[in-house]
Design a protein around this ligand. Structure first.
Ligand SMILES: Nc1ncnc2c1ncn2[C@@H]1O[C@H](COP(=O)(O)OP(=O)(O)OP(=O)(O)O)[C@@H](O)[C@H]1O
Ligand SMILES: [Mg+2]
Length: 370
């Protein structure tokens, strides 16, 4: 199955790890959880020793980097009665973390509402199959459950992506569900109350760059524990994320080219310095207004590597790298192009003189910034 989809869900991609963890899990477990909080933590943060399972040694990989206590707090929040709200800059792995948590806790990561400006109350609660409704009237059979409904009735997690892109009055339909853990279905006369089973909870994600978080009502905010997911602060960690994500993408797209770790480092440093607005040696620089996320760095790298692979060149080209970088950085405003040029003319120039190698080639490709 892993081979048949572009992006299999977490529970399929890491099925072996999850099974191995389950087979050795003897930790304390909230009702209806597939794994104990300790095993969920190991699934997300990795295990120091391989686990023996079915005659194999399974190593549980670390999947979320940079803030272990945040992961631990998220797990404990989900064992309680308040929801979990992950907020932060784009590309900080909020969605990835919410998928990992859902897969490990409930066994599924796909029970999801995607918040958009067009999300309606029906999409959050339930809707009707009109053919059945006309034929049989408002009976349970005619009801089309939403992911929230499914989460409550099965006792699993419902993910609500980009919650603050949904109009505030629609978001507020979650309030009673979150405080009373019951959903009212007035159309069903005898069966009009759906009580949530243990194991149900909500993980919301919200992007602080989108007009949004502030528009969440304070009544709803009070029903969530907020966790801010920060961009990765450590350049070495960022390099490691770039390498491991690119490797995974390459395996799934059958790109048989090794990841150039020098270029991964160069890109990690570039993204880090431009995001923070300060160089490794402490010199202040002008930050682009665009989001300089790790996810963007991964995609710039992967785009450049795919180019080399499909046009059958042995190495990644610095021209492609620079062009992809400038396309990624300059999508919001032309001023960012000037900031990127200034970065090349000062910082990249300095590194080219000091370190040579990839930095020199990167500097020489500055003419392709456009
Ligand atoms: N701390 C991190 N640990 C591991 N991977 C990370 C980390 N930060 C970013 N990434 C990488 O960034 C990718 C993007 O993550 P994701 O789509 O979950 O971000 P997001 O915060 O939901 O972004 P958006 O706000 O745009 O929806 C991840 O798949 C992963 O490759
Ligand atoms: Mg997201």
């Amino acid at each position: 199955m892993t081979q048949d989809f572009i992006k299999p869900p977490v529970e399929i991609r890491y099925a072996k790890e999850l099974e191995a963890l389950k087979s050795t899990d003897n930790g304390r477990k909230p009702e209806n959880w597939v794994l104990s909080p300790k095993a969920v933590r190991t699934f997300i943060l990795g295990s120091s020793k391989p686990i023996k399972y079915n005659g194999e040694e399974i190593t549980v990989k670390k999947k979320f980097f940079g803030n272990d206590p945040l992961v631990e707090r998220c797990i404990i929040t989900l064992a309680g009665s308040r929801g979990l709200m992950l907020v932060g800059e784009p590309g900080t792995a909020k969605t990835m973390l919410s998928e990992l948590l859902s897969a490990a806790i409930s066994g599924v990561s796909t029970n999801t509402v995607q918040g958009t400006a067009g999300t309606t109350e029906d999409m959050i609660k339930y809707s009707w199959n009109y053919a059945l409704l006309l034929a049989k009237g408002p009976v349970k059979e005619a009801l089309v459950p939403s992911p929230l409904y499914v989460g409550m009735s099965k006792g699993i997690i419902t993910r609500f992506e980009e919650i603050t892109r949904t109009p505030a009055e629609i978001q507020d339909s979650l309030i009673s569900v979150m405080s009373d853990k019951v959903l009212n279905i007035p159309e069903l006369e005898d069966d009009g109350l759906l009580f949530a089973r243990p194991g149900f909870n909500i993980i919301g994600t919200a992007n602080i760059r989108d007009k949004g978080v502030n528009e969440m009502s304070s009544a709803l905010k009070r029903r969530f524990n907020f966790e801010t997911v920060e961009p990765v602060k450590d350049v070495r960690l960022e390099k490691q994320i770039i390498i491991s994500e690119v490797e995974q993408n390459a395996v799934s797209d059958k790109i048989g080219m090794p990841v150039d770790t020098d270029i991964a480092e160069l890109l990690a440093v570039t993204y880090h310095e431009l995001r923070e607005g300060v160089t490794e040696s402490g010199v202040k620089i002008d930050k682009p207004s665009a989001v300089m996320s790790t996810a963007e760095a991964v995609s710039v790298f992967y785009q450049t590597m795919s180019n080399a692979w499909y046009y059958e060149s042995d190495t990644m080209s610095f021209r492609d790298l620079t062009e992809n970088l400038s396309n990624a950085v300059c999508k919001d405003t032309k001023d960012d192009l000037e900031r990127l040029r200034a970065y090349f003319n000062t910082v990249v120039k300095f590194k080219a003189e000091k370190y040579g190698g990839s930095w020199k080639e990167f500097y020489e490709a500055r003419k392709y910034l456009k």
